[in-house]
Design a protein around this ligand. Structure first.
Ligand code: ASP
Ligand code: MG
Length: 458
């Protein structure tokens, strides 16, 4: 693939990120190595854990009985050994992997006594540590000069375990100090997803965070392009697993792709495009299994952006409805609610209000702390002191992403006409001309997406 010129970057180097399925086994890793070696400008490689590993590690971090623990550990070992066995230096590498597996076992024991978010992140980080170790060896075997780097040396974050926020100033300085000088002579292989707080504790950036790592490094080092290699050849009008007739989008603007990611398109971690937009670095998305199939380029602008661009689906949405008669002609009520939510680190997605009630949705996906619901007792107590609170779960968010939607006549009929046989719990439209969001019963969501795709895209 040819490099895409980007006027704002002074560096022709490219960063390539490979997701879990691209490093799932020896065969997949080799395909990914092909992709790296096919472009001599690829000098930094960011990896996810091998597919399945992070989920197993999260389960271990939740604490479990000894038998279950052994079974999960065995599964982790099997996945990684199946790769080790193919390497020339299998014995040496197996020792290194064993050392990490011992750590995992020790941390899992600790978790069975008492779980904690810090412990979870420490444990879960081993997935990326293992995949990168294996990949460095595989590249060495193919005579490439590659170097393993512990990303925690540069990815400094706050201590919000499970969803840590990177410190961009430190990151930029440390990346220039520790990574930049290596790029002329070696391919640097490092971990996505993990970071470190200022006390030296391991943190993670949230599930799927490796894309974000890659984009942040691209920004810090002012690289020419960020390549995200996954198991689908690009970004589609909707998830092809839900709608087989979904179409590939060849070029898409940052803002459109960002909307898609925010609203649940699995293709990119929602925060990924922020650094790319800030630095004006194009992001390419393709399949490491079929690089020749091309992919999607996400860049500043595209020609003739279509009215309807994509449909996204996000499951596991929680709807919180707050009622209070005090809201009638009152001031400051919303401010109070949002202050409470902010204190509890709750990020709100959709909001609708009527005179005495507010409905808001919370995103409960994305954190490694799957066992802790966002709605803690402390939060509910504070909110209940102010108003009546109702919680509804098992909802899904379907977003219609497009351009200048506010200028389309008859939009409502097009959308709601198609959905006449479905129940829609909440609608959010008007704040952005790029999306219309529907909150729908979780069980109907896929059918709704199929129906909308047929009516708006086919
Ligand atoms: N391994 C992590 C996860 O599964 C991070 C990533 O894949 O981006 O969430
Ligand atoms: Mg992933």
């Amino acid at each position: 693939m040819n490099a895409v010129a980007s006027p704002s970057s002074d560096n022709q180097f490219v960063i390539a990120k490979f997701g879990g399925t691209s490093v799932a086994d020896y065969h997949a890793m080799n395909k990914s190595a092909d992709v790296v070696l096919a472009n001599e400008n690829v000098r930094i490689v960011v990896l996810s854990a091998s597919a399945g590993i992070t989920n197993l590690l999260v389960a271990l971090a939740e604490g479990c009985e000894i038998d279950k623990r052994d079974e999960l550990l065995q599964q982790v070992r099997d996945i990684q050994y199946s790769i080790v066995d193919h390497l020339d230096n299998a014995n040496i590498i197996r020792e290194e992997i064993d050392r990490l597996l011992d750590n995992i076992a020790r941390l899992a024991d600790a978790a069975s006594l008492a779980t904690s978010a810090a412990l979870t992140d420490e444990l879960v980080s081993h997935g990326e540590l293992m995949s990168t170790l294996l990949f460095v060896e595989l590249l060495r075997q193919r005579n490439a000069n590659s170097e393993w780097l512990d990303i925690r040396r540069v990815m400094k974050t706050n201590d919000q375990f499970g969803r840590a926020e990177p410190d961009l100033i430190q990151l930029s300085a440390l990346a220039k100090e520790h990574i930049q000088p290596k790029l002329a002579n070696a391919i640097v292989i490092t971990q996505g997803f993990i970071g470190q707080d200022n006390k030296g504790r391991t943190t993670t950036l949230g599930r799927g965070g490796s894309d974000y790592t890659a984009a942040l490094l691209g920004e810090s080092l002012n690289l020419n392009r960020v390549d995200i290699w996954t198991d689908v050849p690009g970004i589609y009008t909707t998830d092809p697993r839900v709608v087989p007739s979904a179409q590939r989008i060849d070029q898409i603007a940052f803002n459109e792709a960002a909307e898609m990611a925010t609203f649940g398109a699995k293709i990119l971690h929602p925060a990924t495009l922020l650094p790319a937009v800030r630095a004006g670095i194009p992001v390419f998305v393709g399949s490491s299994k079929a690089p020749e199939a091309g992919g999607t380029l996400v860049c500043d602008e595209t020609q003739n952006p279509p009215q309807f661009r994509a449909l996204t689906l996000r499951r596991k949405q929680t709807l919180l409805t707050l009622h209070s008669l005090k809201m009638l002609h009152a001031r400051g009520f919303l401010a109070e609610i949002f202050t409470i939510l902010s204190r509890h680190h709750i990020s709100v997605d959709l909001i609708t209000t009527s005179e005495v009630s507010i409905a808001l949705t919370l995103d409960t996906t994305g954190s490694t702390n799957t066992n802790g619901s966002l709605l803690t007792n402390a939060l509910m107590t504070e909110l209940s002191a102010l108003c009546r609170v109702e919680v509804e779960e098992n909802l899904a968010l379907v977003a219609i992403i497009g351009n200048s939607l506010s200028q389309v006549n008859g939009l409502g009929k097009q959308i709601f006409g198609a959905l006449e046989s479905f129940n829609i719990r909440m609608i959010s439209y008007g704040a952005s001309t790029h999306n219309i969001c529907l909150l729908v019963p979780g069980d109907d969501a896929e059918e709704i997406v199929r129906t909308l795709h047929k009516n708006l895209f086919e």
